[in-house]
Design a protein around this ligand. Structure first.
Ligand SMILES: [Zn+2]
Length: 229
């Protein structure tokens, strides 16, 4: 397994590290992003934990390639704000269109280069979607007609089976929001893409645990062979 650190949006005020983790065996390419919104700390910490575990050899990839961007919007993260403009409305909306922000441009170019079969974009949101369908906390979002849906249903079932009570159980939301990384990756790159949303209503340590566990469940569903020691 090889881990290479690179810089996205190099030589700009938006520069941020990303990692390419390659196993010795062929397998799918999976992309995980966090911090498209700078105040969604649970997802950012989980992405950082994943790279720490990989670098510390507590977690090994035995097949496939992982492209991981732990903090997309460093400036927003530093200020603990969502980001202005909302980066997740600036990704290309059509084949002829282009991203309207230097960061989304750089991230989309990276995705285009690696052609991931799967894209998991980690976020956080308000409330509990299982109690209130108008909020997104504890949900998985996919696009209508997405080929990711079978895997999302399986991960949801597996995860919810281990969650006691109704409050924190995950739901699946289907929406086609233009300008998001998920929709751009699904529509323009034909990736199976999923947005993961944990709830801000929970303590940070729980959110990080959920996000880390979900990322690993999805990596395995995607065909990335993981070994934990
Ligand atoms: Zn978000």
């Amino acid at each position: 397994m090889r881990i290479k650190k690179h810089v996205l949006a190099r030589n700009t005020s938006y520069s941020t590290p990303y990692y390419v983790v390659e196993s010795d065996q062929a397998g799918p390419v999976v992309m995980i992003t966090a911090g498209i919104h700078g105040n969604e700390i649970g997802s950012i910490h989980a992405a950082q934990r994943l790279i720490d575990q990989l670098q510390g050899k507590k977690l090994r990839l035995q097949a496939g390639t992982l492209v991981l961007v732990p903090i997309v919007n460093q400036q927003a993260y530093y200020r603990r704000i969502r980001g202005k403009p909302d980066l997740n409305r600036t990704f290309p909306k059509s084949r002829r269109g282009s991203a309207s922000h230097p960061l989304s441009k750089a991230l989309f170019r990276l995705a285009k280069r690696y052609k991931p079969t799967w894209v998991f974009d980690l976020h956080e949101a308000n409330g509990y979607s299982n109690l209130n369908p108008s909020v997104l906390g504890q949900s998985f979002i996919t696009n209508k007609g997405s080929k990711a849906i079978a895997a999302v249903q399986q991960v949801k079932q597996q995860l919810n089976g281990s969650i006691s009570g109704q409050t924190r159980k995950f739901t699946i939301v289907r929406r086609h929001k233009q300008g998001t990384f998920r929709t751009a990756a699904a529509k323009l790159l034909h990736a199976r893409s999923v947005t993961v949303e944990t709830s801000w209503a929970m303590p940070l340590s729980h959110r990080v645990q959920y996000q880390t566990r979900i990322a690993k469940l999805f990596l395995r569903k995607a065909g990335i062979v993981l070994h934990e020691s």
